[in-house]
Write a protein that binds this ligand. Structure first.
Ligand SMILES: Cc1cc2nc3c(=O)[nH]c(=O)nc-3n(C[C@H](O)[C@H](O)[C@H](O)COP(=O)(O)OP(=O)(O)OC[C@H]3O[C@@H](n4cnc5c(N)ncnc54)[C@H](O)[C@@H]3O)c2cc1C
Length: 158
């Protein structure tokens, strides 16, 4: 209808999942296509539950732009990675000698986008913060650290 098949959060009625569907991006509040493999798997799982009579809600995925590996160097990009305007703060750390790159995009105290290259171990933690629109103020100063991990979030938010 628009660019993909519009579905609700149960992805039911018309059961559709994967590259062909439009879903809500909780980060931007906009519906759109997120045609990558992890989203297709998550949506397929929800559609299958609902087809089988178990009502499950699809909570939406952060617009993940890519999850790839080039010559054994993993990279992942999520959400808004090329922000425009003064509402955003961008933090970058580039260390070519170690094939590392990290970029975080914040809108106020909410993480709205990221690119990780080389070390993607904490992509899940960053992704969860984005999805929950978490207030990162208590641990904002730690976000760019190499050793940032879930424990920092727990310790500072109780
Ligand atoms: C070149 C390339 C590189 C990619 N790289 C990445 C990557 O690095 N990371 C990542 O996360 N994602 C990547 N993707 C995207 C990923 O492959 C898709 O998001 C994922 O495969 C979507 O799964 P799907 O089941 O929705 O669709 P598909 O995998 O496209 O499956 C749709 C199936 O439907 C079948 N079909 C079509 N029409 C009909 C019909 N009329 N009747 C019956 N069957 C039909 C097709 O033959 C196909 O088997 C890449 C895609 C491409 C093309």
């Amino acid at each position: 209808m628009n660019r993909g098949i519009p579905v609700n959060e149960y992805i039911s009625g018309v059961y559709a999942a994967g590259d062909v569907v439009e879903t809500l991006d909780p980060n931007t509040g906009r519906k759109g296509l997120t045609p990558i493999w992890p989203n297709a798997c998550a949506q397929g799982r929800i559609a299958a539950y609902n087809m089988a009579g178990h009502k499950r809600v699809y909570g939406g995925m952060i617009g993940m732009q890519n999850a790839v590996e080039f010559r054994e160097i993993p990279a992942i990009a999520m959400g808004l990675t090329q922000p425009e305007g003064e509402d955003y703060e961008v933090f970058t750390d580039y260390r070519p000698e170690r094939s590392l790159y990290k970029k975080l995009v914040l809108k106020g105290d909410v993480l709205v986008g990221l690119i990780l290259v080389g070390d993607i171990r904490q992509a899940g933690v960053y992704g969860a913060l984005m999805k929950k629109k978490a207030d990162v103020r208590p641990f904002r100063h730690l976000l760019m650290r190499d050793d940032f991990y879930y424990g920092h979030v727990l310790r500072r938010t109780g």
